[in-house]
Design a protein around this ligand. Structure first.
Ligand code: SF4
Length: 335
């Protein structure tokens, strides 16, 4: 089933996306992702940021339907992904690729680099064997490794080089969208910068769109056009990157920024030390899930869940799920 998207440049649109699991004790439900809506325009980089366990990696897999959502819809280039059968979905995945955090774990150590990069081309039966080898050599040049790397094995490369191999594999099918899940988190800072530069270069050259997932705000600021901040499976703030970093509104975003040297100073934010650890997702707090750690918590925060303001309705691209701000304040006042 297909349906036209409202905006012609909208590449990806997710609405009310959820992934719930049965809790380990078999009684409760863990809401790993709970009611996430987002959009990605063609050519855009959407950063998704939050602490470990906030649901961002689960969200990445949901968006590609690598795992099945409990609820929600996903449209890619106007097509309803939830309506596709296995074969149609496999064909559609040519346009949607993923790069993982740990380049070593995601590359089969028994395969040569050429075999790893050519595998998606083999699966989709693209070109002859000779064509595929030529394509591998071109891709290796594009990611800065050179054709000589083709006959080596992953263990013969450094972490940064292995991530270049992962990126070459992800772009082999000339996708429209690449989801990058913590692609530089395992790398040294100097190597991170090289990989970020490579990603920016490939995006411009191949007209790619990225969803860039990271716990590192400074990396997200560097590469993103817009940012989504997640906490305990929900979006708590979303804004264009310049707005978010100039004027964070959600107390959780403020705390994250205040902890990054340079970023906090830019906002004149004194270091905000969050109370306690993120809550156990098997037993989330009632009301605003952030309230046990929030220094601004109001009485109603313990009972009323703040709703993310609708950027389309408010005409502001900066939306926040907090009773201190905008639509959330009005909604809670009306309850
Ligand atoms: Fe803090 Fe209340 Fe806003 Fe949640 S809704 S972030 S507890 S002020």
């Amino acid at each position: 089933m297909t349906r036209a998207t409202t905006a012609p440049d909208l590449l990806l649109e997710a609405e009310g996306l959820a992934k719930h699991y049965r809790a380990r004790d078999g009684r409760g439900v863990v809401k790993a992702v709970d009611g996430v809506s987002l959009t990605l325009r063609a050519g855009e980089v959407l950063g998704i940021v939050g602490e470990s366990g906030c649901g961002k990696s689960t969200l990445a897999r949901l968006l590609l339907r690598l795992i099945e959502p409990t609820a929600g819809t996903i449209r890619f280039a106007g097509e309803d992904l939830m309506g596709l059968g296995a074969a149609q979905l496999r064909a559609r995945r040519r346009d949607m690729q993923m790069v993982f955090q740990d380049p070593y774990a995601s590359l089969d150590p028994r395969m040569t680099v050429a075999e790893i990069i050519a595998e998606p081309l083999d699966i989709h039966a693209i070109g002859t064997r000779k064509d595929r080898l030529a394509k591998v050599e071109t891709l290796l040049d594009m990611v800065g490794l050179g054709a000589k790397a083709a006959h080596l094995y992953p263990h013969e490369f450094s972490g940064g080089q292995r991530q270049r191999i992962g990126i070459a594999r992800a772009i082999a099918l000339e996708p429209k969208l690449v989801i990058l899940d913590e692609p530089v988190s395992a790398l040294d800072v100097s190597i991170q910068a090289q990989i970020l530069n490579l990603l920016a270069e490939l995006k411009a050259r191949l007209k790619l769109s990225y969803i860039f997932i990271s716990h590192d705000l400074s990396v997200v600021e560097h590469i993103s056009d817009r940012v989504v901040v997640m906490y305990l499976g929900r979006v708590v703030e979303t804004a264009p990157v310049a707005d978010l970093f100039a004027s964070p509104k959600h107390p959780y975003t403020e705390a994250l920024m205040s902890a990054v040297p340079g970023l906090g100073a830019k906002q004149s934010l004194a270091r905000i030390v969050l109370k306690g650890d993120p809550p156990n997702p098997e037993q989330p707090p009632p009301g605003c899930p952030f309230h046990p750690r929030c220094r601004h918590a109001l009485e109603r925060c313990a009972t009323v869940l703040p709703i993310l303001g609708d950027p389309a309705a408010s005409r502001s691209p900066h939306a926040v799920a907090c009773h201190l701000h905008g639509a959330s304040r009005q909604l809670s006042a009306a309850t």
